[in-house]
Design a protein around this ligand. Structure first.
Ligand code: GDP
Ligand code: IMO
Ligand code: MG
Length: 424
């Protein structure tokens, strides 16, 4: 039996898709636990590319059951489209897909207001996928759950409660007010696809764990985008850390056997908000071009900077990481030196803790590590990695207290060094 949680240890886009796809070859079940179509997880196998927004990154593996937990928010049109894309590619995902009937639904009026807010003075640069409004409505107890939509009377009642509030908001904003009939008619064709796949994700996951199966919980976004523990208010609206897997699926923490944190060998961020190690000039442009750092969901250029080890140490603590996967090591090849942020200076005092509440006043402290060349991409074992890479990884391990179990040196599934199997 193995039940591991995979989380992003930075601001998202760490390569969760690649690593979860790799691990899923041995998995019986892959479960998304939070976020929605704001996620964009890229899978590359033999030159073929697939980007998943809502479906778990186990889709490529015929032996992996794919589950969406209650903590996920679902844009029905995007989910239906993604299922159709996977079917067209012959992945046969429908018979192995289970979607929690408790997952909340995003309606077009919720996405529209999210996009409108991006143009405002207090924009945080969201993905415009209606994530904030959907989770807000859930917390305000006016949200609609997928399971509500398959019962006629309940559907009208629940959608009615939501539309009542949104009609008021629309009037205030001077835009067309949504109606119950309109919302139900919009969602009906998508529910024809989704409705038959609804069930109880908590029971399914519990049964799998009890039967000794291998289960992977796939996070979305990253630790620093977590609603409670991220760089608030420039965060997403869900619990992205490992604890979110338990609440988001309905599984107890005693069932979890490991937590893998994914980190790039450098740092990126999409959207607004503080980013202390950000590179604004040519060095940042180089990382963006070599690393192809453009959003998998919105296509926006990602901001790039050096690896922040206090932030990673912070992620190790809040997630209880038992292993790290370090991705995109190949992108740094060719640099004579690779600066690593190893501490912060705050009020004249150096600290190796991430000053998450005082980042605007803190100054990163760097250690220059010797670089490596492009031969790094050919390695398939730790010993075959250049010594300078091994030193870089050792520095990460020593300063975070977490072992590096996986090293990714290219986007393709095969371009990986597995030092220790994590799904055991
Ligand atoms: P996720 O949201 O965490 O799943 O990450 P994304 O898919 O949004 O972004 C990661 C990007 O880096 C994708 O384009 C991946 O194909 C790519 N990628 C992942 N690992 C590596 C790697 O080791 N090297 C390179 N060059 N690209 C990688
Ligand atoms: P994956 O799963 C990177 C960022 C947005 C914005 C903030 C809030 O691919 O790693 P939201 O739409 O969630 O309300 O936006 O969070 N963001 C992500 N950044 N990767 C993601 O997902 C993200 N999901 C949200 O850019 O700054
Ligand atoms: Mg992504």
């Amino acid at each position: 039996m193995a039940a591991i949680i995979v989380v992003g240890a930075q601001w998202g886009d760490e390569g969760k898709g690649k690593v979860v796809d790799l691990i899923s070859a041995q998995a019986d079940m892959v479960v998304r636990f939070a976020g929605g179509a704001n996620a964009g997880h890229t899978l590359k196998v033999g030159g073929q590319k697939l980007v998943t927004h809502l479906l778990p990154s186990g889709v490529m593996h015929p032996g992996a059951r794919c589950v969406l937990g209650a903590g996920v928010v679902v844009a029905p049109e995007i989910l239906a489209d993604e299922i159709a894309t996977c079917e067209a590619r012959g992945l046969g995902v429908t018979p192995r897909l289970l979607i929690s009937r408790r997952a909340h639904v995003t309606f077009p009026f919720q996405s529209a207001i999210d996009r409108a807010a991006n143009a405002g003075p207090r924009s945080i640069g969201t993905t415009g996928r209606g994530i904030g409004p959907t989770y807000s409505d859930k917390a305000a107890r006016i949200g609609v759950r997928l399971g509500d939509l398959v019962h006629g009377a309940r559907a009208a009642d629940r959608v009615g409660a939501l539309v009542e509030v949104w009609a008021e908001r629309a009037r205030a904003a001077g835009v067309t007010a949504p109606t119950v009939e309109g919302a139900l008619a919009w969602v009906a064709p998508y529910m024809e696809v989704i409705g038959p796949l609804l069930g109880d994700a908590s029971i399914a996951v519990d049964e799998a764990i009890r039967a000794g199966k291998k289960v992977v919980f796939e996070g979305a976004q990253g630790t620093l985008l977590d609603l409670d523990h991220g760089t608030y208010p420039f965060v997403t609206s869900s619990s992205t850390v490992s604890g979110g897997a338990c609440t988001g699926v309905g599984v107890g923490p005693t069932r979890i056997t490991g937590v893998v944190g994914i980190t790039k060998a450098y740092c990126t961020r999409v959207g607004h908000g503080i980013f202390p190690t950000e590179l604004l000039g040519e060095a940042g442009d180089r990382l963006r071009e070599v690393g192809e750092e453009y959003g998998a969901t919105t296509g926006r250029p990602r901001r790039c900077g050096w690896l922040d080890l206090p932030a990673l140490r912070y992620a190790a603590r809040v997630n209880g990481l038992t292993a790290l996967a370090v991705t995109k090591v190949d992108v740094l090849a060719g640099l004579p030196e690779v600066p690593l942020c190893v501490a912060y200076r705050l009020d004249g005092v150096e600290t190796n803790e991430f000053p998450v509440d005082d980042l605007d006043r803190a100054e990163p402290v760097f250690l220059n590590m010797p670089g490596w060349d492009a031969s790094v991409s050919e390695a398939r074992t730790m010993d075959a990695l250049p010594e300078t890479v091994r030193n870089y990884l050792r520095e990460i391990e020593q300063r975070t207290g977490v072992e590096v179990a996986i090293v990714s040196i290219g986007a393709d599934r095969d371009a990986t060094v597995v030092r220790r199997e994590v799904l055991v």
